[in-house]
Ligand binder design. Structure first.
Ligand code: SF4
Ligand code: SF4
Ligand code: FES
Length: 258
């Protein structure tokens, strides 16, 4: 339980004007494999008048002015690259899309849960990307005449809406209890949403191969429709809906198999 700390400080500047300084205390999970000590929290006071409105701004401020050893991923700061995924006040999200409250005194930042950690807020996504490679995330065109355009109707293109926007941040997979316990076998919501995106692409020639690969109890059917994935997605996508549509296709194929 936190102490109730005052986060408004009023003082007179040299020109004798009253200035109110709002301080927020950022509690950040820290772990450095080289220190050989248990994970711990660092708490950093941040003067909000010097900082932008996103949680990523807080972390960049901390790195610039408090502690250059703090490690976290970021690149685009626009919700496009998916690299700043972390757990902020209990919810997996992208730090560059998440605003913070100016009224509360504390904010807590963890790395994505149930992932191996490389350092501080940086999860090891090797397994995640390996699973992504398994679904062959590219267009397979087996037509013999490669000079022809591979056209798609407007409605076929429309079917990809809500899927192609996924930025592979892994927030959904790291919120899924089935993925927490079976990430070696279950592909998880993010990879399955991507798999579904290629299964329903009208230009793709490998639909059957894709479905045969997915037609496996653990790869897809470990999803128990808990919906954490959809609740947490910072891009407002619905991986649980994609998985249920995928399940329907697989059941109509053969009823699912081991
Ligand atoms: S709906 Fe499926 S994928 Fe999404 S959190 Fe639940 S079990 Fe995981
Ligand atoms: S579905 Fe959403 S939460 Fe999951 S990887 Fe894609 S963008 Fe991230
Ligand atoms: S920095 Fe790219 S999504 Fe946040």
């Amino acid at each position: 339980m936190f102490l109730k700390l005052k986060n408004n400080f009023t003082y007179k500047n040299p020109g004798q004007k009253l200035v109110t300084k709002k301080i927020k205390f950022i509690r950040v999970y820290r772990w450095n494999p080289y220190l050989q000590i248990k994970p711990y929290f660092s708490v950093y006071p941040v003067n909000l008048s010097q900082c932008g409105s996103m949680v990523l701004d807080l972390l960049v401020f901390i790195k610039n002015y408090h502690d250059p050893t703090l490690a976290f991923r970021r690149s685009c700061r626009e919700g496009i690259c998916g690299s700043c995924a972390m757990n902020i006040d209990g919810k997996n999200t992208l730090a560059c899309l998440r605003t913070y409250s100016r009224d509360s005194s504390f904010l807590t930042v963890y790395p994505l849960p149930h992932m191996k950690i490389i350092k501080d807020l940086i999860p090891d996504l090797s397994n995640f990307y390996h699973q992504y490679s398994l679904i062959k995330p590219w267009l397979v065109n087996l037509s013999t005449d490669k000079t022809l355009e591979n056209l798609q109707s407007k409605s076929d293109r429309f079917a990809l809406n809500g899927l192609y926007e996924c930025v592979l941040c892994a927030c959904c997979s790291a919120s899924c209890p089935s993925y927490w316990w079976n990430s070696n076998k279950y592909l998880g919501p993010s990879i399955l949403l991507q798999a579904f995106r290629w299964v329903i692409d009208s230009r793709d020639s490998a639909t059957e191969v894709r479905l045969n690969f997915l037609n496996n109890k653990t790869r897809v059917f470990s999803c128990h429709s808990i919906l954490n994935c959809t609740v947490t997605c910072p891009k407002f996508l619905n991986p649980a809906k994609s998985i249920s549509k995928l399940k329907l296709q697989l059941v109509s194929l053969s009823g699912g198999k081991d």
